[in-house]
Write a protein that binds this ligand. Structure first.
Ligand SMILES: Cc1cc2nc3c(=O)[nH]c(=O)nc-3n(C[C@H](O)[C@H](O)[C@H](O)COP(=O)(O)O)c2cc1C
Length: 153
């Protein structure tokens, strides 16, 4: 089984959560690749069983580069793929981003969209690194990775 995490992360908080998901997936034998969304193309999705999109909250929604990527993909790009989302925000409120991303992944034909993990980290406008994600959030991300492997096939 193969998975890809496509992400944007200015100060590393979203990437940290995604790395915990990666550990969960790898603990179940999944081969995982993480790609910066600014370098990602639709070709990166080919052959992937699991896709995790990672984005911090920017102005209440996903980061611009992530929206650009998701909106540039053709319909059916996520077909046959189990998808999920990782997000960090300094307020911890990732609801609007989760809703936007779920709708987008659905429109791209995702086979299944698994409820993602959103957590508190960083500072307003990411002016400096700020607060790290909690141990509880790290655990939730790891467990999301494990869960994703059980839904495939
Ligand atoms: C342009 C910009 C806009 C932001 N807007 C919000 C926001 O609306 N709500 C929020 O909680 N955090 C906001 N943040 C803070 C980030 O979401 C937060 O620091 C996050 O943990 C950073 O993740 P990263 O290190 O993966 O980039 C914003 C940061 C930037 C750079």
């Amino acid at each position: 089984m193969k998975a890809i995490g496509v992400y944007y992360s200015k100060t590393g908080h979203t990437l940290m959560g995604l790395k915990r998901v990666q550990e969960g997936l790898e603990s179940c034998g999944v081969e995982v690749k993480l790609v910066d969304v600014r370098k990602a193309t639709d070709r990166d999705l080919a052959g992937m069983n699991i896709v995790i999109i990672g984005s911090p909250v920017h102005g209440g929604n996903a980061a611009k580069s992530v929206r650009k990527f998701l909106e540039g993909l053709s319909k059916g790009s996520m077909s046959n793929k189990i998808c999920s989302i990782i997000s960090s925000a300094y307020t911890g409120n990732t609801d609007r981003l989760m809703e936007y991303m779920s709708k987008r992944l659905d429109a791209l034909g995702a086979e299944k969209i698994v409820s993602g993990v959103g957590y508190k980290a960083g500072v307003i406008l990411s002016l400096f690194k700020g607060r790290e994600m909690s141990e509880e959030a790290k655990k939730q991300c790891y467990e999301l990775g494990v869960t994703l492997t059980k839904l495939n096939g």
